[in-house]
Design a protein around this ligand. Structure first.
Ligand code: SF4
Length: 378
């Protein structure tokens, strides 16, 4: 089946203005502080009666990174002191201990995701430790979709082994761009060889799906240089590829000020880069499963998209619909059938609150039947 008749750059340009990024509806800026720890507790209790048997999706946020990529839009912290990671994990475990006893034993975890930050910045034994703690506190489905974000920089085979032993079967890693000038400009030096190592280790260890992330719109990118990156990615042949548009929002992410606007490709160049990328990936047999995500035609996500059983949540696209999402860690977002809830966004406050034995919910949103939230219900 043909995916696109043609890509109309003029039409893309016409609608190329900035808009909110929808990873939820409604979006996080309208979450309300009137939804706090008590409301979160009440929602957990209300959705975990004896009859509750909907599957669970668990998200864990690991905020720490080794270095700052200047394009980064994530909630992250740079540290070179591993005590910070050990300490953070202590509170993550405490949060698990607060939540897990409230969950109906009928419910199994069919989706698990570690994001960040850089989950693979933990030492292999730290990964094993928190990984087994999570497994001990929840019931994992044998068919679980368990994915983890890794960074090939600093990664070893032992890290990948520890992740596999912790139950992960999918891995996602950032590449962004293989061009050295671009990598220098964004402070992310990542030779192609280490990305290839990470992919090979994933395959050898039996991870069933490998995803690579690319970003277009970074400084010094041209159609030609990005084409070379796309060719290399196609040669590596990951199961899935995400091609994100760089959001230059220095008023929200002040570190992005380091990136000089004049080094960024123009809107026209960006659109040509995106058009070329879509055409190359489609020619190479990838299927555009939605927005900027691509998967091989045989990938279960592509099959789910064709069967209209694909679903999107905060972690991206999924084949598992209907789960309640529990978020753990600073800034983590949860989503039950009718509510959204987000944890405190600063690490010290998060640890302090959890350490005092309280949920760290700081904002949330309750939806009505037509999806239009009504804060007066709280
Ligand atoms: S590794 Fe990821 S989370 Fe960390 S700074 Fe780079 S882009 Fe951000």
């Amino acid at each position: 089946m043909k995916q696109f008749e043609s890509i109309d750059v003029g039409l893309l340009k016409k609608y190329s203005g900035q808009g909110p990024r929808y990873t939820s509806y409604p979006t996080t800026p309208v979450f309300s502080s009137s939804f706090g720890p008590k409301e979160y507790n009440d929602e957990i209790v209300a959705t975990n009666s004896n009859e509750s048997n909907a599957d669970l999706s668990l998200y864990f946020h690991f905020p720490y990174c080794d270095t700052l990529c200047y394009f980064c839009g994530c909630t992250m912290l740079v540290t070179h002191d591993h005590n910070n990671i050990v300490n953070y994990n202590k509170f993550l475990k405490r949060e698990i201990e607060l939540v897990a006893p409230l969950i109906s034993p009928n419910r199994k975890v069919s989706q698990l995701h570690w994001g960040g930050g850089t989950p693979s910045y933990q030492e292999p034994d730290e990964i094993r430790n928190i990984g087994s703690f999570i497994k001990d506190h929840f019931r994992f489905d044998t068919d679980i979709e368990a994915s983890v974000e890794i960074d090939p920089r600093g990664l070893t085979h032992e890290h990948m082994k520890a992740l596999r032993e912790s139950g992960f079967n999918r891995v996602s890693m950032g590449v962004q761009d293989f061009n050295e000038k671009v990598q220098e400009a964004v402070n992310r030096i990542q030779p192609e060889s280490i990305t290839r190592d990470a992919v090979n280790w994933s395959r050898d260890l039996g991870f069933s799906s490998v995803n690579l992330d690319l970003i277009y719109g970074l400084p010094y990118q041209t159609l030609k240089t990005f084409e070379e990156t796309v060719d290399k990615v196609i040669d590596i042949s990951p199961d899935r590829i995400a091609v994100f548009n760089y959001a230059h929002v220095p008023w929200l992410k002040p570190h992005q000020k380091v990136i000089k606007t004049e080094t960024l490709p123009t809107v026209e160049e960006k659109l040509e880069i995106f058009k070329m990328t879509i055409e190359k990936l489609v020619d190479a047999g990838y299927w555009n499963i939605g927005m900027d995500h691509f998967a091989k035609a045989t990938d279960e996500m592509t099959i789910a998209q064709k069967n209209k059983t694909m679903y999107r949540n905060f972690q991206g696209y999924s084949t598992k619909a209907g789960c309640d999402l529990y978020g753990f860690g600073m800034s983590a977002i949860g989503h039950f059938q009718n509510t959204y809830h987000q944890n405190i966004k600063t690490v010290n406050e998060y640890c302090k609150t959890i350490g005092a034995g309280n949920f760290a919910t700081t904002v949330g949103y309750r939806m009505t039947a037509d999806g239009d939230g009504d804060e007066t219900q709280h």
